[in-house]
Write a protein that binds this ligand. Structure first.
Ligand SMILES: Cc1cc2nc3c(=O)[nH]c(=O)nc-3n(C[C@H](O)[C@H](O)[C@H](O)COP(=O)(O)OP(=O)(O)OC[C@H]3O[C@@H](n4cnc5c(N)ncnc54)[C@H](O)[C@@H]3O)c2cc1C
Ligand code: SF4
Length: 511
């Protein structure tokens, strides 16, 4: 059958409300594809591939049920040429297509590919918006045009004004923009932990197809550990459950970590948001409504959550489009060490890392503080090459799409961008991990010990990092206090600490 227009839908463009689908048109063929080009650019966690394929298949079925014409190329389909460009060329010829349309990709890599590919087509083409984000690709660049430093907080305040979320007559609700200081509690069992918001799923059929295709993945997909939403309805269930049960504790325990729960009071919404099954505005509006209607949701919880979505999420996207492609090669500290092999299997004596990595391998999920202050903190202190750190984060988390992964990893976590995203490196010794988690209790290492046998590696690597990078960091006002503390130490103490750190770094594989 011949169609006039071919419309491409990428795996992270599952926007059920996109303007394309408002009208049925028999002249339009939609194409979705599972291709090796996308499964193989980095080694992915098996659950990431499963969640994407399952959600894409559900979306294709949904469109077909609504009367749209959809060509779905599954991974082992005999017509699948395994690259986006080849498949599109093939369909253009087969169906005598006269116009090619695509939604603007969120990844620089795909944006370049589709732009170049379309430019060479002998037929008309058009790129349209994804109707997903609250800002355009270049809103942030314009906002910070004449400012020296891009501070998330000022962007966030503008976003609050623009969206009107938690605003009264152009003033912030409760007369304050940010309630972050109320959000610093350790979880000690006083509030019951929520269940996973999505019941476990059995994807064994798709798993068999992935295995048959020869795609290399890692991580576990045991039936009791797969919890990803694969439809808009399921994503909504997560959102509703979050607002009803978890939101009252979200902010308070946002930075807490415990062996007893991989999710604590986090929302688990990133996959649904990043695949566009949910729109950020509908998420924050629902949270705002819960704040006004549910007496258990106070401002610190609601504001803390809303800031992540209209603040950090949009900010990171703006940074990505402002800074790419150079951003992908940033390495401010010139770190060169290889990522220890235990990042891929969790076999380390450091309980915090064993737990955060083990959980990530089991569930393709870790919450923000585990990513930032455990796995990211260690990688930075151990001076790991940011390329390796990036590959790990991009592969292991189901929500990892480059625009939000790389800005968080290279920027917020590794400070490889030299301070574009953050104002200082996020580093800590064991004291922070001990303060915010129960990890240290069951650890082989002693969180209170600075040097010697069983001293916690974070305690010496922290000072080693500061000492090593003094030339790059000591002029940073926010680092001054740490250097003052270091400078007050006796030279023999400093030597002992640095020597212990070097020992640990030399033996990093066995920590
Ligand atoms: C090293 C590192 C790598 C990361 N990689 C990713 C990634 O690949 N994909 C991803 O979506 N997030 C990433 N993040 C941000 C954050 O950790 C995840 O969004 C969050 O853990 C997802 O879980 P959740 O939905 O339960 O989040 P919640 O804690 O419930 O937060 C709600 C939502 O806010 C948004 N959000 C929160 N923090 C951030 C942030 N820093 N940047 C952008 N959005 C944010 C997310 O959409 C999230 O779903 C990374 C953070 C770090 C430190
Ligand atoms: S003692 Fe150190 S390595 Fe062990 S859990 Fe605590 S911070 Fe992590």
């Amino acid at each position: 059958m011949n169609y006039i227009t071919l419309r491409l839908i990428l795996g992270d463009q599952l926007n059920y409300q996109h303007h394309w689908y408002k009208k049925n048109n028999d002249d339009v063929l939609y194409v979705m594809m599972e291709v090796r080009q996308e499964t193989d650019y980095v080694k992915h966690h098996i659950q990431k591939v499963l969640a994407f394929f399952a959600s894409m298949r559900h979306f294709a079925n949904h469109l077909s049920e609504k009367g749209h014409h959809v060509k779905y190329l599954s991974i082992n389909d005999k017509d699948n040429l395994q690259s986006i460009s080849d498949n599109i060329n093939d369909l253009i010829q087969k169906h005598k297509i006269q116009k090619f349309e695509y939604q603007l990709p969120d990844e620089y890599r795909l944006d370049e590919q589709l732009h170049e590919f379309s430019g060479k087509l002998p037929i008309e083409f058009e790129a349209v918006d994804t109707d997903h984000f609250l800002t355009s690709r270049y809103t942030l660049s314009r906002f910070f045009k004449n400012r020296k430093k891009m501070i998330m907080e000022s962007f966030y305040r503008q976003m609050r004004k623009d969206t009107g979320i938690l605003m009264n007559n152009n003033k912030p609700e409760k007369e304050k923009w940010n309630f972050d200081t109320s959000n610093r509690k350790k979880w000690k069992g006083e509030v019951e932990l929520p269940e996973w918001p999505v019941k476990t799923k059995n994807f064994s059929d798709i798993k068999k197809e992935i295995e048959a295709s020869g795609i290399t993945t890692f991580g576990n997909a045991d039936a009791d550990k797969v919890h990803w939403p694969t439809s808009r309805d399921e994503a909504f269930k997560i959102l509703n459950q979050f607002c009803d049960k978890t939101l009252p504790y979200f902010g308070a325990y946002q930075d807490a970590m415990t062996e007893k729960s991989p999710i604590l009071f986090h929302s688990m919404l990133s996959f649904a948001l990043n695949t566009k099954m949910l729109h950020p505005l509908e998420v924050v509006k629902k949270v705002e409504k819960a704040y006004y209607e549910n007496e258990n949701v106070d401002i610190a919880q609601a504001e803390g959550f809303i800031r992540q979505i209209i603040g950090w999420r949009e900010f990171m996207r703006g940074i990505y489009w402002k800074e790419m492609p150079d951003y992908a090669n940033t390495n401010f500290f010139n770190h060169k060490r290889k990522l220890p092999s235990w990042y891929w299997n969790g076999k380390t004596k450091m309980n915090c890392l064993k737990h955060a990595i083990g959980q990530s391998l089991d569930t393709a999920y870790a919450h923000h503080i585990q990513r930032l202050m455990v796995t990211g903190n260690f990688a930075l202190l151990a001076e790991i090459n940011p390329d390796e750190v990036d590959q790990w984060y991009l592969g292991i988390y189901a929500d990892a799409i480059e625009w939000v992964e790389i800005t968080n990893t290279r920027g917020m976590s590794q400070y490889a961008d030299g301070g574009i995203v953050g104002t200082k490196p996020y580093i800590s010794s064991a004291s922070y991990i001990h303060k915010m988690s129960d990890y240290c209790e069951g650890c082989y290492y002693k969180h209170s010990k600075k040097t010697g046998e069983k001293s916690c590696p974070f305690n010496t690597l922290y000072w080693h990092f500061l000492d090593h990078h003094r030339d790059k960091l000591e002029d940073n006002q926010r680092m001054r206090m740490m250097y003052n503390v270091w400078d007050k130490r006796k030279p023999e103490d400093k030597n002992k600490i640095l020597e212990q750190a070097r020992k640990y770094l030399d033996d990093i594989e066995n920590l």
